[in-house]
Design a protein around this ligand. Structure first.
Ligand code: AHM
Ligand code: MG
Length: 328
C-alpha cells in the first residue's frame, strides 16, 4: 500500500456534529450550524496565523488584499472573521467580544448569543508561540426579532448551551462541549478537515503541574502565596506559557491547575468572565475538573458588566479544592 495516499481514518467534525444532532442534542440543527460556522472561521484564522511570520516579507514585495486587511493586527482581523461568519450564518443574533466595547446586535432572527475572545494571548504571535480562540454560546432571553438587551448577553456561565476553544499550536485543535462531555478535534490542513482525535476528554483528578505568573508573587493574596508554596513542597512542576488556551489545554490533558489571581495591579485578576473564564469553566467541569474564583464557582457568578474580570483557578479537582482550602 502506498502510504502517501493513506488518508486519516476517522470521524470528521461535520459527521460528529450531525450524529449528535440526530441522537438527541439539538433537534433544530441551528446549534449544529453555529458550531460549523465557528469551525470554519477558525480555519480562516488558522491560515492567517500561519502566515503571520511572512507578513513583513509579503509587505516588502508589495502585495496586499483588496480590503487592505493584511496590515491589520491579527486579533482585530480574527474578530472580523468570527463576527462576519456568525453574522452570515444567521443563527447568532448578537456577539459580545473582548475586542468590542459594546454588544454587536446582528439584527436578525437568530436565537443564540455568542461571547468570544477571538485571539487570546496575541502578544505571543510575534514570538511564534501558541494562541487561541475561546467562545461561549447562550440562548437569547428576549423574544426573537426584538432588539438585543443586556439580559440576553449578561448570563451566568451555567446558562451556556455550548462552549469551546481553538488552539493554534503545533497542531490546530477545536475542543468543545455541549454539556455532554468534552471532545477534541485536530485539524488536518491539507484536507481542510477537523478529525475527532480526543473523544470524551477528562482531566486527571490529581495533577502535578501548576501554572501561574510567579513574577507577581509579592502581590498575590496570602492564600495564593500559601498554595504556591504548597505546590513547591509537593514537588509539582511549574509550567507557564502565558497563553491561556495553551496552558489550559496542557493541564486538561496532563492534569494541573492554572491560576490568574488578584494582584496589586488587577484587584480581580486579569481574565474576563464572559470571554475567557465561563467557557473554560464549562469545559473543565464537563471534563471532571473545577473552576473557581478561590471562593466561588465560576459558573455561578451573576455577571454585572461585559468586560468584568474575575480571579481564576481552573483545573484538576483535587488541586482546585486544595487551593480553595487556603481561602477558608
Ligand atoms: P489577552 O486577552 O490580552 O491576550 O490576555 C490574556 C493572556 C492569557 O492568554 C494569559 O494566560 C495571560 O494573559 C498572561 O498574563 P500575564 O502576562 O500577566 O501572566
Ligand atoms: Mg484574552
Amino acid at each position: 500500500e502506498d502510504s502517501r495516499i493513506a488518508l486519516p481514518i476517522g470521524t470528521t467534525l461535520d459527521r460528529y456534529i450531525k450524529k449528535k444532532q440526530d441522537e438527541f442534542q439539538f433537534a433544530t440543527g441551528e446549534l449544529s450550524q453555529l458550531l460549523r460556522d465557528i469551525a470554519l472561521a477558525g480555519k480562516v484564522v488558522n491560515r492567517e496565523i500561519n502566515k503571520a511570520g511572512l507578513i513583513n516579507i509579503v509587505g516588502a514585495i508589495g502585495t496586499q488584499n483588496v480590503q487592505g486587511e493584511d496590515q491589520q493586527k491579527l486579533d482585530v482581523l480574527a474578530n472580523i472573521r468570527f463576527t462576519r461568519a456568525l453574522s452570515k450564518g444567521g443563527e447568532a443574533c448578537a456577539v459580545i467580544s473582548e475586542e468590542d466595547d459594546e454588544i454587536v446586535d446582528l439584527n436578525n432572527e437568530g436565537r443564540y448569543v455568542i461571547a468570544i475572545d477571538p485571539l487570546d494571548g496575541s502578544s505571543n504571535i510575534d514570538v511564534n508561540v501558541s494562541i487561541g480562540t475561546i467562545f461561549s454560546i447562550f440562548r437569547r432571553v428576549t423574544p426573537v426579532g426584538s432588539p438585543i438587551q443586556e439580559i440576553d448577553v449578561l448570563q451566568k456561565g451555567s446558562e451556556q448551551v455550548a462552549a469551546g476553544y481553538l488552539l493554534y499550536g503545533s497542531s490546530t485543535m477545536l475542543v468543545y462541549t455541549t454539556g455532554h462531555g468534552v471532545n477534541g478535534f485536530t485539524y488536518e490542513p491539507s484536507l481542510g478537515e477537523y478529525f475527532l482525535s480526543h473523544p470524551n476528554m477528562s482531566i486527571p483528578e490529581q495533577g502535578k503541574i501548576y501554572s501561574i505568573n510567579e513574577g507577581s508573587y509579592n502581590s498575590f493574596p496570602e492564600p495564593v502565596k500559601k498554595y504556591v508554596e504548597h505546590c513547591k513542597e509537593s514537588g509539582h512542576s511549574a509550567r507557564y506559557i502565558g497563553s491561556l488556551v495553551a496552558d489550559f489545554h496542557r493541564n486538561l490533558l496532563k492534569g494541573g491547575i492554572y491560576i490568574y489571581p488578584q494582584t496589586a495591579k488587577d484587584a480581580n485578576g486579569k481574565l474576563r468572565l464572559m470571554y475567557e473564564c465561563n467557557a473554560l469553566a464549562f469545559i473543565i467541569e464537563q471534563a471532571g475538573g473545577l473552576a473557581s474564583t478561590g471562593t466561588q464557582r465560576i459558573l455561578d457568578i451573576e455577571p454585572n458588566e461585559l468586560h468584568q474580570r474575575v480571579p481564576f483557578f481552573v483545573g484538576s479537582k483535587d488541586m482546585v479544592e486544595k487551593a480553595e482550602s487556603f481561602f477558608n
